[in-house]
Ligand binder design. Structure first.
Ligand code: NAP
Length: 273
């Protein structure tokens, strides 16, 4: 019997994960299928019971369940306990083990492009769930320091405390106070949701240069205003879809115990754009 995988969340109909994973099953001739399953907030327990009944092999978790899903896990991988949120689950005969592949997914493009993180100064915009995985990634790869700029200062300060706890020197500021300090940073990451609706860049990039790495984790649209402004300055660009592919590849490896065919995933993703 074929194996079934899923992505759960709400809204879910625009998720690109079914395209990516289904294309890989075809490419590798795997007898597997991947479905998008809408589970509204407040109905997670019932949703998971249903997935167990159909003997789901594994599933991805997205907004709004990434944190609440932690309650329903029987086993928790270190990636998951560190970040406090789960995005990938394996079902072993009813025993659910959770992982978080956002950190590895975020770091993957740096590795692929051989871009250095050690001793760099980082400016991170945003302090939500994704930003937390990103802070863990920069701590792991030994960045020098991180400035967390967020609309709500309290959230920036909380994330900054987390960062210090895991060994990365950090400061929280309000996003409007970034002003013209951008030139002081080696890496600038947008981890807010600003850009999803084609909004203007959340900060001015006046002062960056062709050595600055500018990374937008928003992947739809591909060329956000933030990315366009960085391109005008000749900066080194990392697109949100690169993180999306990185985390999907890592989830694939967890579920199937084999290397993910990155190029097939990329082709499938671009078909979805
Ligand atoms: P989240 O937990 O809801 O956090 C949202 C963040 O955006 C918060 O810092 C929030 O600030 C900020 N924000 C929202 N609206 C804003 C506005 N109008 N002006 C300024 N700041 C605003 O969401 P998340 O899970 O971290 O995801 C953030 C984004 O990353 C989403 O667009 C998501 O699609 C994307 N993402 C991409 C990948 C990938 O693989 N490429 C993976 C995960 C997430 P406050 O604290 O002030 O509310």
């Amino acid at each position: 019997m074929g194996k079934t995988f899923a992505v759960i969340g709400d809204p879910i109909d625009h998720s690109l994960s079914p395209n990516i994973h289904s294309a890989v099953f075809r490419e590798l001739n795997l007898d597997c299928s991947y479905i998008a399953y809408r589970i509204p907030k407040g109905e997670l327990k019932e949703g998971i019971d249903g997935l167990k009944k159909i003997k789901i092999e594994g599933f991805n978790v997205t907004i709004p369940h990434k944190i609440e899903m932690m309650k329903y896990l029987d086993k928790i991988d270190e990636s998951c306990s560190l970040i406090g949120a789960v995005n990938t689950v394996v079902n072993m005969d009813g025993i659910l083990k959770g992982y978080n592949t956002d950190m590895d997914g975020f770091l993957e493009p740096f590795k692929k492009k051989k871009l250095n993180i050690v001793d760099t100064k980082v400016l991170l915009l945003g302090a939500g769930g994704a930003a937390r995985a990103i802070v863990a990634g920069f701590a792991k790869e030994k960045a020098k320091s991180i400035t967390i700029a967020n609309r709500t200062l309290e959230n920036a300060n909380n994330l900054s405390e987390f960062s210090k706890k895991i060994g990365l020197s950090a400061t929280g500021i309000k996003i409007e106070d970034v002003n013209n300090s951008v030139k002081d940073y080696d890496i600038i990451v947008n981890a807010t949701s600003v850009g999803l609706k084609n909004e203007p860049s959340p900060i001015s990039l006046e002062g960056i240069n062709e050595k600055t790495i500018v990374y937008d984790i928003v992947y739809m649209p591909m060329n956000t205003d933030f990315i366009k402004k960085a391109k005008e300055k000749g900066a080194i660009i990392i697109f949100g879809y690169e993180m999306l592919l990185g985390q999907a590849a890592r989830a694939f490896e967890i579920w199937h115990n084999m290397e993910a065919p990155y190029n097939a995933m990329k082709k499938a993703l671009f078909g979805g754009f």
